[in-house]
Design a protein around this ligand. Structure first.
Ligand SMILES: Cc1cc2nc3c(=O)[nH]c(=O)nc-3n(C[C@H](O)[C@H](O)[C@H](O)COP(=O)(O)O)c2cc1C
Ligand code: SF4
Length: 496
């Protein structure tokens, strides 16, 4: 299988060195002033050293007024900081860089939120203008592309939604009227940045809420935006206020309901749950607008370059977004290029980073990075793997009364420092699978079932991702502890 994911790809006049993307990820590293600072620069230059094809810098407000702890580019005073950021990113590696620009409506701790039906026509015109003006600044700052945020819980997505309650020409009665503001934004932005400048659009291909729209509408949205000049459509899903859980005294966070899980699929979800959306849109564009070169990006719990490559080979997308996987290990693209995928530090999709975002705390990989690190560790010149102490890793298992299996082992040794441990599990003599990673020397398995035999082993890794040999296997026969399980075992004549 050729490694399509490592092949360059053209977007308008821009050529990306490979087909991996960091989709926008708010970092909460900027202050209330909305200015680019050193922490922001460090975060994005780290991605550039990892050689990802396109870095989409986090959602940046088009507003002219204060907009919370988020980057801003709603007026010229923010230009210099962005210029410097783009220059530093380009200095640090081959990555191209886009800026995602966003408009969002007001929200209060009481749970009240402004919705699009509360906007006057003048306010709508001002929003369209703000997108166009900000996009022009994006180009002026030297970004290689601009991405228009039309996904999740924000203003343009709310116009696209079937839950748009307006009844005028910008309203929710027809797909045409739902598309009107996003279409005007697209047109005005294209006029301002010129034909040769790459524009991407991120929108939900499925809202994942009751009475929300799905793939059928998304195909036509993609077609419209492509016809108006979008060079790529980056498809997301969900992330809506409509099913968000509201905690007393806190502003609702739109990723707390089922729709939020579809945006950032947790560990319990299958891998790549949103790829069928990209496949549907891509096939639709190919038959309905074969003359257009609009590329399709898919994102959502795609774990590794190999998994992404399989999606590209199947013709289901043109580019792959890896958000949390690249947060966990920004060197993933470089490791893939060097044929060292086995040294990738793998995201475990526990969503600690998402919780940090929700609580307005600096976003970092809270599960895997050592506590004192604000950015991903790096150790470029290290290919010495960790080893186990002479007496061995002493891996052992214990079944708790609550049905959980506790696995413990001794620390490994590495000249440049042990970073973490990969935990692998095999059930009933099958193949070992990576089930989690841990910074500490223990792991608790909450999914072991009575009547089965589990084998666990661990591999230590260092800051470069070099793996130790696997520890010996610790096996546990999970015996029935509850009366009904005893009956179940008897009925099935289990040998355990
Ligand atoms: C901390 C965090 C912040 C995010 N911020 C944004 C954002 O600013 N704009 C956006 O379109 N998506 C945002 N997302 C969604 C990601 O771009 C991505 O679609 C999602 O995490 C699923 O991809 P993954 O499974 O590869 O992480 C964010 C996700 C996370 C975890
Ligand atoms: S905090 Fe968890 S979900 Fe987020 S990047 Fe780290 S391992 Fe992945």
């Amino acid at each position: 299988m050729t490694n399509l994911i490592l092949a360059p790809i053209r977007i308008n006049q821009l050529t990306l060195p490979n087909r991996m993307i960091v989709p926008a990820m708010v970092t909460r590293l900027s202050g209330e002033d909305g200015l680019v600072n050193q922490a922001i620069t460090d975060r994005y230059t780290r991605f550039a050293r990892g050689e990802v094809g396109l870095i989409v810098v986090e959602a940046t407000a088009v507003h002219q007024s204060k907009s919370g702890p988020l980057l801003r580019l709603g007026s010229d005073e923010f230009l210099d900081g962005h210029r410097e950021l783009v220059a530093r990113i380009h200095d640090n590696g081959p990555s191209k860089v886009a800026l995602q620009i966003i408009h969002f409506l007001k929200i209060a701790r009481s749970g009240w939120r402004q919705t699009v039906d509360m906007l006057s026509q003048d306010e709508i015109k001002a929003i369209i203008q703000a997108y166009a003006d900000t996009a022009a600044r994006v180009r002026e700052a030297g970004y290689d592309a601009v991405e228009l945020h039309m996904a999740h819980a924000y203003t343009l997505s709310s116009f696209l939604s079937t839950r748009n309650k307006r009844r005028d020409e910008y309203g929710g009665r027809s797909l045409e009227t739902r598309l009107r503001v996003p279409s005007e934004v697209m047109l005005r932005v294209r006029q301002r940045v010129g034909d040769d400048y790459p524009i991407g659009v991120r929108f939900d291909a499925e809202e994942c809420i009751k009475d929300g729209y799905g793939l059928n509408d998304a195909k036509y949205m993609a077609l419209r935006l492509a016809q108006l000049g979008a060079n790529y459509v980056s498809l997301s899903a969900g992330g809506k206020f409509e099913d968000a859980q509201h905690e007393e005294g806190e502003a609702p966070y739109p990723y707390t309901g089922y729709s939020g899980d579809r945006t950032m699929p947790p560990a319990s979800f299958q891998d790549a749950p949103n790829v069928y959306l990209a496949a549907g849109v891509k096939a639709f564009l190919a038959t309905h607008a074969p003359q257009l070169t609009t590329k399709v990006v898919t994102t959502g719990k795609i774990r590794t370059p190999s998994d992404g490559n399989a999606i590209l080979q199947a013709g289901n997308a043109d580019m792959i977004g890896f958000a949390r996987a690249l947060l966990a290990d920004p060197d993933m693209p470089k490791k893939a290029r060097l044929g060292r995928e086995n040294t990738i530090v793998r995201c475990i999709y526990g969503n600690v980073c998402k919780q940090l975002d929700e609580n307005f705390k600096q976003v970092r990989c809270g599960s895997l990075w050592p506590r004192e690190f604000l950015h991903a560790p790096e150790a470029p010149n290290d290919d010495i793997a960790p080893t186990w102490p002479d007496e061995g890793p002493h891996i052992s298992t214990k079944l708790n009364d609550d049905g959980r299996v506790r696995v413990t082992w001794k620390p490994a040794i590495d000249p440049q420092g042990v970073y973490g441990y990969e935990v692998l599990r095999a059930s009933n003599g099958g193949a070992f699978e990576h089930v989690s990673s841990s910074l500490t020397t223990n792991y608790v398995d909450e999914t072991a079932l009575a009547g089965n035999v589990y084998g666990y082993c661990v591999r230590a890794y260092d800051f470069a991702g070099n793996r130790s040999v696997a520890s010996a296997m610790a096996e546990i026969v999970v015996s029935p502890r509850f009366e009904w399980v005893n009956k179940l075992a008897l009925n099935h004549e289990s040998t355990i």
